[in-house]
Design a protein. Structure first.
Length: 105
């Protein structure tokens, strides 16, 4: 925790730059980061709570908490798979390396 407190400025910079680059190509930008889970939760509340008459009084709270926990896990897994696939495709394009061995005179 001391390291986090000591490097809090770096952590703040890295998080803000990551959010800026992630949402630079969207129309709503940073606002979409907030609206996406709320819109998804509202669709689930309408489907489950209103149409199916299930859930309960605390269902929207638990739903938003679950969506907020799921989004980073999902995006992180997707980024990991894409990075692995990109690395593998780069290895296929390059010619195989030759082993280096000393030559006898």
């Amino acid at each position: 925790m001391r390291a986090v407190a000591r490097y809090r400025h770096l952590l703040r910079y890295l998080v803000s730059s990551s959010l800026k680059t992630e949402h630079a190509n969207t129309v709503l930008g940073f606002l979409w980061w907030v609206l996406d889970p709320l819109l998804l939760a509202s669709v689930y509340v309408l489907l489950v709570g209103v149409l199916l008459q299930r859930g309960g009084s605390d269902f929207p709270v638990f739903l938003v908490a679950g969506i907020i926990a799921w989004e980073p896990l999902s995006k992180g897994s997707l980024n990991m798979v894409n990075g692995t696939a990109r690395l593998a495709s780069g290895r296929r394009r390059s010619p195989p390396s030759r082993p280096v061995s000393p030559r006898a005179p």
